[in-house]
Design a protein around this ligand. Sequence first.
Ligand code: SPV
Ligand code: MG
Length: 557
Amino acid sequence: MQDSARAEATAAPSSKARQLRDMLRSPELEFIMEAHNGLSAKIVEEAGFKGIWASGLAMSAAMGVRDNNEASWTQVLEVLEFMSDATSIPILVDGDTGWGNFNNMRRAVTKFCQRGIAGICIEDKLFPKTNSFIGEGQPLADKDEFAGKIKAGKDSQTDPDFCIVARLEAFIAGRGLSEALDRAHAYAEAGADAVLCHSKLATAEEIMAFMNNWDNKVPVVIVPTKYYATPTEDFRRAGISLAIWANHNLRASITAMRETTRRIHREESLAGIEPNITTVSEVFDLQGNAELKQAESRYLPTQAAPGAVVLAASRGEALGQLTADRPKCMIDVRGRPLLARLADTFHQAGIRDVTVVRGYAKQMINLPGIKTVDNDFYEKTGEVGSLACARDTIQGETILAYGDILFRQHFLDKLAAAPGDIVVVADALWRERGEELGPEAGDGWIRDFITCSHPFSTDFLDEEETAVTLNQMGPDLGQDDIHGEWVGLARLTARGSEIVRQEIDAMQAEGKLADAGLPTLFTRIVEKGHHVTVVYVTGQWLDIDQAADLNRAKLFL
Ligand code: SPV
Ligand code: MG
């Protein structure tokens, strides 16, 4: 074997143009089938056809326009791009008359080569074209002008195997066999890779006459739409190279769509039609959803997005009338409930799975995009009691949050970036916040103070290594021991979630679940030797405990 022949034999899958060329040159009768969009192209390939006819009639009809060059050639190009991307078999494009003169043809051929189209068929009529089955005596293009168009196409193809098929409209125009043969020779001479001999008779007599007189200079293609009753074997015996089933997907789809649409309209129901139509999951299959699944597992990070558990069972008595009919998390802040704003913050961070523990006026918590669990004993239980109601949700990466807080989005980024299985966000400016809150907040019952391994320092900005850990959390810490105030937001890794679940279980076993707050839970976890990381922030959050907080919230947004 010659080196070049060996290289050719071992070459990786041949280009689509090469596949079409091989079909045209093969001694067998080959078949290609009409498609008019990405979906029908896939169906053609799925059925086992080796090639696709991108029919001008079918594409224009699918676009809702006539087969008179009403769709521009670039609109056709867009359709072809979808068809080509959706399939791996060659596409022979119905290029009508080439959308103008030789110059338009050059540009179209170059573009088609760029988009992986295998070949173009142009017909020797005038722009704008008329479908061959309409009327009589359609004018033909000047033979030499058309030959020049073929030459220009061949000279501009960037894929050496791209095929140009010259379509003979002599029979369609009523000009007879000798005109057809004369033009066929001229077009083959000009470089056409094949000729398409077209006929609108109900029998194949014109085609057979042509074949009997054609010297096989180039292969012959036919479109047996009108002489469909002719046995395929006759074409084979006549030495035809390629038969195009030119419009049958379009016509079949019109029949199916009409039947379905009319029936649904008549019956005002889907029940009758459902067993007769393709299932939605078959549609997904055709769209290639399985490949997307595989790609997702290959390219998406394996770590699932965290879920969030929001504690929102309490009424917020200090808010008086404002919480007469709703829990404080549902109080309106500038046109949206507080909880909706909190959920938005989570959603924007990609945290879609938000579970809210409801209690007081639970029917009022009915926002879209959140799940709920209920603490029906909210009046007798504290935060850990509520958290225990969501115990089974605390799995994998989990954010814990109070339902009455607002904070800047970057808190979640800080939480995500911090090391450790349990991370809490603490405000280093707890003193300033105390002054702002005023004397009502002085009791401390609403404030979860912390002591840590290190006080807040701006040097931390430069010392990424310094992980601050929690020593203790609670409302009653000595003023001198306080390093910050927990903002009501924490992140757990899968391991952290496990630790929290274990501690909930331990507290339950000890009978300490009911009235404990989350500070007790975190402190107990620390006392058991687990690290709880502290991330400091400086302000930029608030919680809603009293009416004045609502004004702060409005300003915060
Ligand atoms: C087409 O499919 O658009 C064709 C073939 O050109 S025919 O409609 O038979 O002319
Ligand atoms: Mg056409």
